[in-house]
Design a protein around this ligand. Structure first.
Ligand code: AMP
Length: 279
């Protein structure tokens, strides 16, 4: 695996690959890799000639400076984990990604920007769209892989693709979970063993909703989920029952062909998100 840090070296390599008609799969990450990331890399490796993983903690998508500071970083271990799976690791500095300064561009993301993560993390998705757009320009991937763990982000990237006429195919990949159901996340590294146990309350609550949604209206179901979480160890920030196609809040089940429960909750000062398809 080649580790590339500079734009010129990456552009040179990508031009060479394009010239030789090699297909390029791209997996953008912020590092602190776990089996969820590796699943994306393995899938890309199966579906493309060459897989590029980027490891970059993007400052413009953090609305909370403390969260950025505490974000887990372990680049040596990360590179070791993908050594045999990817052909290229792009590990740029902030200056390489943002030569004119680390600020977000503005994209018309519509309602995706004002609901759920958009509401509670102002500016987050402009930062995500900015960095992904920049990486797409540099890597020019045929396919790019994003986890459903960040379901709203996946829809933002699809929106970015259509706004900017990006030729890359966007592939959503299912959530990889621990045995007990907890979604793997880089942020889990910040949880004490007891907190790790408690964090499964998010998955348990969502599962309960999947089993019981028929007996409740969407509004009641949301209330039940919030009550369950509040009775446990976590501090829920939001629970929403929304349409899996556009994330619009579902008012009643009739007319919906896809529903998803989305949750954000804190364990102490660590913010966790997860989601599950109800039908
Ligand atoms: P991150 O490093 O958190 O920015 O994540 C990089 C990519 O990995 C994103 O597309 C995430 O949605 C995806 N990802 C993170 N955790 C998981 C997981 N548990 N299962 C599947 N994909 C994941």
């Amino acid at each position: 695996m080649q580790v590339i840090r500079e734009q010129a070296a990456l552009s040179h390599l990508i031009s060479d690959l394009k010239g030789r008609q090699k297909s390029i799969g791209f997996v953008p990450t912020m590092g602190a890799l776990h089996d969820g990331h590796l699943d994306l890399v393995k899938r890309s490796a199966m579906e493309n000639d060459v897989t590029v993983i980027s490891i970059f903690v993007n400052p413009t998508q953090f609305n909370n400076p403390e969260d950025l500071k505490k974000y887990p970083r372990n680049i040596d271990k990360d590179l070791e984990m993908v050594q045999k799976l990817a052909q290229v690791a792009f590990v740029p500095s902030v200056d390489v990604v943002y030569p004119d300064g680390a600020v977000s561009k503005h994209y018309d993301l519509g309602d995706l920007e004002t609901t759920m993560e958009g509401e509670f993390r102002p500016g987050h998705f402009q930062g995500v769209a900015t960095v992904v757009h920049r990486f797409f320009d540099l890597v020019r991937p045929d396919k790019a892989y994003f986890g459903e763990k960040d379901f709203q982000q996946l829809l933002v990237i699809r929106k970015l693709r259509s706004l900017m006429n990006i030729p890359t195919e966007i592939i959503g990949h299912p959530i990889v979970r621990a045995k007990n159901g907890l979604a793997l996340s880089s942020r889990n590294a910040r949880l004490e063993p007891k907190q790790l146990q408690e964090a499964v309350e998010i998955y348990d609550t969502m599962q309960w909703c999947r089993e019981n949604w028929r007996n409740h209206s969407p509004g009641e179901l949301k209330k039940k989920a919030l009550d369950r979480l509040e009775a446990g160890s976590l501090q829920p920030e939001y629970v929403e029952i929304c349409d899996g196609n556009d994330l619009k809040i579902i008012e009643n089940w009739e007319g919906s062909d896809s529903a998803r429960i989305c949750v954000a909750a804190y364990s102490a000062n660590v913010r966790l998100i997860d989601n599950l398809s109800l039908f």
